[in-house]
Write a protein that binds this ligand. Sequence first.
Ligand code: DQA
Length: 141
Amino acid sequence: MKVLVLNGVNLGRLGQRQPEVYGATTHAQLAEHLVGTGRGLGLDVEVRQTDSEAEMVGWLHEAASSGAAVVINPGAWSHYSYAIADAVVQVETVVEVHISNVHAREEWRHRLIISPYVIGTIMGLGLGGYDLALAHLASLR
Ligand code: DQA
């Protein structure tokens, strides 16, 4: 199974950005780790990050056309982007991940636009949430 792990806006700054919230691991380290996790689970994992909403929509269209499964952390787009939601709806298999527990944070983070259109949302479990999302996708086969 091909899996695209798609990280959105500001997640390229993992390791530097609010480490007390998001941890000390960089995006490059996370990507390497998840490719290894995928290999162990028999998944072909590719990890991407963008700060461009248009690029993220393009990647979701790619998954919709190819049938790849998606693990997505849209970052702040999660809270307001109808464009990302409209693209997510088109992808058959999507798991949403948030590193932090957004419901324990500011009120503007409580609204999650894509959550109705995904299999499930994992949040507040740190970077381990991505591994759990991959394990779930592997269990679907
Ligand atoms: C986040 C939570 C969002 O509120 C925030 O804007 C992010 C990261 C998370 O992974 O906890 O950029 O999606």
